[in-house]
Each structure stands twice: as structure tokens, then as C-alpha cells.
Design a protein around this ligand. Structure first.
Ligand code: MN
Length: 494
């Protein structure tokens, strides 16, 4: 998959001021803004470029920069900051046109008040505390979707919030370019994997389209032995072979090469399939889908295009963070009183990015769908804090449910379980957590990520206009009922 590196996305730093202060002050404002942009660029928490564009002083200037930001494909958002006072009626015309994600960074150039030196000149130059309030008012009045980051710009927590918001903003921009290839339709009779594809394209930009499985089979038949050899070599570098049946492994390699060519030709970053619609394919893609996910492609089983798209986007937002993100499914529980755990897996397709060891290639019967036993990767998800996220179509609106989880080392060996497995404790505890998930309508499919957190996905939801539900250690059934009731009313009023 050919993707622009995250560092090539730009965030345009627009600093507000006015002519009242004279050229000397404006010169200082510009110098400070340049230093800030340059230092932020070097900060390890900042994944993209911060580009100082201008100190803006008039309605026309602001409007011009917003129009350019909207138009520029590299620009993933704007960051505003009022070093001095910037009368915010000047911002109305520009903000009215803004189509890119928007962050208001409430900070100041100096950390401390210089006790001896402070005089009225200093006060006139360093007045974000009141300039940013004027700016905040106009965004509140205009009901702008915005991120507010507050604190000293050199502090790690401020850079971390800003950096993580940038990732959400890239997710929003990439959402508008996302294409999902569906090999066949959804699994019959399942409700939660359905949804309004026209609505999703209008709101999120997703192009979700179906191809007949025959088209993929034509692609499979065209794969050469040399291409299969090359793919098997890659498997040998990444994984451990726990089988001698190379014929079966080679068939998965053939499927991977075919699917990858298909997706890349369509410019797609995500795909679905279903065991109910394989036609003449001899195996359900297992290893093939898992290795594609490791490269960043989204996947959803049983035709679940929403989870496939979300997996692709979350992988994009968390690029280079290193923890791992995968398509996941709640399978079964261990209900030992007080130590309740959930076991997540899928019939085959969990991304090996969740493993901190080499995954093993194994071959087992599938027990469903009546095909040849497919090769798949078997591994354990590593311990750590993570989230599971599920996007559901509530009819007229989309809701993203995000639950905090703690992944633990599986407490059993489970030697006869032939699939990748992840064991976790959902927040606030399994009983309440499962209750809340069911109350909110969360699917059995989800995206599990060690890198994304609830805040990053909430920011993405705010930009995209998606309802957001967070299940955390503070959540209760009573509180959630109230939230869902009020949220339902609010969404009906929109
Ligand atoms: Mn499934």
C-alpha cells in the first residue's frame, strides 16, 4: 500500500494579532511563532509537520489562509493561537468556510512572568490569557468543532495532547479518502454488520463497494509461481512455520498476492469477505488476511465493512506507535468470581501486530464453511492497556463505542485452540463492562488497539460528527442509561 508518511501531513499554525500594536510587536509575534513551530516539529510526540504560516491581522488574511488550507491536500488541519489580542469578528468569515480539523492551542511563549522586567510593553506582547478567550468565544458562538489544548507548549503533556489530536485529524482527512472493497456481501441474517453505506459516505467519505468473488478468483488464477515464492519468503522472515504442509501455505500466499493486487489497483485500504461466499476458493483467507492487516489494510469478517474501515483508520492514526491494532471479536468468558476475563479471537483473522513474539503458522480444520483447512497465524496478544472500539449504525446516526481494557497474559495454555487469542479485563469490570457494551449496542466485532486511546477516538468522532460513548473505570449502568437517553434525544433534534 502506497501511503504518504505521517510526517508529510502539515498542520498550519495561524497566529492571531492586529495592527494596533505596531510593526515591532508583530515582528516579535512572528519570531516567537517560528521558534514554537520549529521546536514542535522536533518534538518526539508530534507525528506531523507544524508549519507557521502567518500572523493574521485582518478578515481577508484569515479567509485566504482558510481557503488555502481547505484546498491543500497536505494540510490536515489548522492550529490557532492568539499571542496578542485578535478581535474575533475578523475570524468569522474564515471559520465559516473551514473544512479542515481545527485546534485552538491555548499557550503562551514564555513560561514564567519575568518579575523584574514585566512592564506594559511585555503585557501588550504576551496576552494569550485574554486574546485566546476572545478567540474561544467566537468558536463557541459559531459552534465550531474544535480541539482545545491548554498548557505550556514545551511541556510533554501538551505536546502529547497536540500530537495525539494530530493523529485524529489525519484519521479524519484519511477517512475522506478511504475505500473498502467487499469481496461478496455480508453474512446472511446478521444485523450489526449491516448499515447505511450512502449515509457513511456522506458523513465519513467512505467508498464502500462490492465485487463478485469471481473477480477475486480471476485474480487468484493469474498469480504466478514466482509471486507465490516471493510471498512465502516474506512469511519465512516474519513468522515461524509450525507445519510442513507448504501446499496449504502457498495457497494462502496466492490469496494474499491476489487480494493485495486487487486492493492496490482499486486504491483501497480495507476489505471484507465472508466464509458464506467463497465460490471456488479452496480456503478462507487466514494467514493471507492476517499478513495484509500487518501491512495496514483494514479487515472485517462476515462482510463487516464498518469494522474493516475503522481498523484501517485506527492503524493509520497510530502509525509507528508500535503497540498493535487488530480486528477483534469477543468470543467467550472466564467467569471465575472476581477475576472475570474475556477471551477475544476470530475464526482466523487477528492481526499479528498484537504479538510481541513471532507468530506461528499452523494449519487446522475450520469447522465452518466446508473448505480445506486453512493456514493461519497463532499467537497471544501481549499484556498492556488497550481499547476496543465498535462503530454501529443506530439508524440515522453512527455511534462509536470505546471501552478501556487491560490485556493480560492468557491464564490458560489452551493447546487445542487453533487461533490467535487475546485475553482481557474490560473496564470497569467484566460484569459492568459487558452490561454497558450491550446497553449501548456494541457489536461482537471490534477494533482492538494498544496505541489509540479513548481521547484520540473521541476527537476523531467530534471532527466527523459521530456519537461517542466511552466505557471507562468511572462508568456505571445508571450513568450510561442517562447518557444514552439524553444523547438519543439530542441526535433526534439535529
Ligand atoms: Mn466474526
Amino acid at each position: 500500500m502506497n501511503r504518504k508518511p505521517l510526517k508529510d501531513f502539515e498542520f498550519w499554525f495561524l497566529v492571531g494579532s492586529q495592527f494596533l500594536y505596531g510593526p515591532e510587536t508583530l515582528q516579535k509575534v512572528a519570531e516567537h511563532a517560528q521558534i514554537m513551530a520549529s521546536n514542535l516539529n522536533d518534538a518526539k510526540m508530534i507525528p506531523c509537520k507544524v508549519v507557521y504560516k502567518a500572523t493574521v491581522k485582518t478578515t481577508d488574511e484569515i479567509t485566504k489562509w482558510v481557503k488555502e488550507a481547505n484546498y491543500d491536500d497536505n494540510c490536515a488541519g489548522i492550529i490557532t493561537w492568539m499571542h496578542t489580542f485578535s478581535p474575533s469578528k475578523m475570524w468569522i468569515n474564515g471559520l465559516e468556510l473551514l473544512q479542515k480539523p481545527y485546534c485552538h492551542l491555548h499557550t503562551q511563549f514564555n513560561r514564567n512572568i519575568p518579575d523584574k522586567e514585566i512592564d506594559m510593553d511585555f503585557m501588550n506582547l504576551n496576552q494569550s490569557a485574554h486574546g485566546d478567550r476572545e478567540h474561544g468565544f467566537i468558536s463557541a458562538r459559531m459552534q465550531m468543532k474544535r480541539k482545545i489544548v491548554v498548557g505550556y507548549w514545551e511541556d510533554e503533556d501538551v505536546q502529547q495532547s497536540l500530537g495525539r489530536w494530530m493523529r485524529s485529524a489525519v484519521g479524519a482527512v484519511e477517512s475522506r479518502n478511504l475505500k473498502v472493497v467487499r469481496f461478496g456481501d455480508n453474512m446472511r441474517n446478521v444485523a450489526v454488520t449491516e448499515g447505511d453505506k450512502v449515509g457513511a459516505q456522506m458523513q465519513l467519505g467512505w467508498q464502500v463497494n462490492t465485487w463478485g468473488v469471481g473477480d477475486l478468483i480471476n485474480e487468484l488464477e493469474a498469480v504466478t509461481e514466482a509471486e507465490v515464492d516471493a510471498q512465502v519468503k516474506i512469511y519465512a522472515q516474519l513468522y515461524e512455520f509450525a507445519t510442513d504442509d507448504m501446499e496449504t501455505v502457498r495457497y494462502q500466499a496466492r490469496e494474499e498476492v491476489a487480494m493485495k493486487k486487487f486492493l492496490d489497483r482499486e486504491g483501497a485500504q480495507a476489505f471484507t469477505n465472508t466464509f458464506e461466499d467463497l465460490q471456488q476458493m479452496r480456503q478462507l483467507p487466514g494467514l493471507a488476511s492476517q499478513d495484509l492487516m500487518l501491512q495496514g489494510y483494514g479487515y472485517g469478517g462476515e462482510g463487516d465493512w464498518k469494522v474493516s474501515a475503522m481498523t484501517s483508520l485506527i492503524k493509520r492514526m497510530t502509525e509507528n506507535m508500535g503497540g498493535g491494532t487488530a480486528f477483534m471479536e469477543d468470543y467467550t468468558y472466564d467467569l471465575e468470581k472476581g477475576k472475570e476475563l474475556s477471551l477475544g479471537a476470530h475464526m482466523l483473522e487477528v492481526c499479528p501486530s498484537l504479538s510481541d513474539k513471532k507468530a506461528k503458522i499452523e494449519i487446522h480444520e475450520l469447522g465452518i464453511g466446508g473448505r480445506e483447512p486453512p493456514a493461519r497465524l497463532v499467537f497471544e496478544g501481549h499484556p498492556g492497556n488497550a481499547i476496543v472500539a465498535s462503530l454501529v449504525d443506530m439508524g440515522g446516526r453512527l455511534r462509536l463505542i470505546v471501552q478501556d481494557i487491560e490485556v493480560v497474559k492468557p491464564i490458560y495454555k489452551m493447546p487445542n485452540l487453533p487461533v490467535a487469542r487475546v485475553m482481557w479485563k474490560p473496564a470497569p469490570d467484566l460484569k459492568t463492562g459487558a452490561h454497558l457494551w450491550i446497553l449501548a449496542g456494541g457489536a461482537h466485532h471490534s477494533t482492538l488497539s494498544y496505541d489509540a486511546d479513548a481521547q484520540m477516538l473521541e476527537d476523531w468522532c467530534e471532527i466527523m460528527g459521530v456519537e461517542f460513548v466511552h466505557i471507562s473505570k468511572q462508568s456505571s449502568v445508571e450513568g450510561m442509561k442517562q447518557q444514552l437517553f439524553l444523547s438519543d434525544l439530542a441526535w433526534k433534534l439535529r
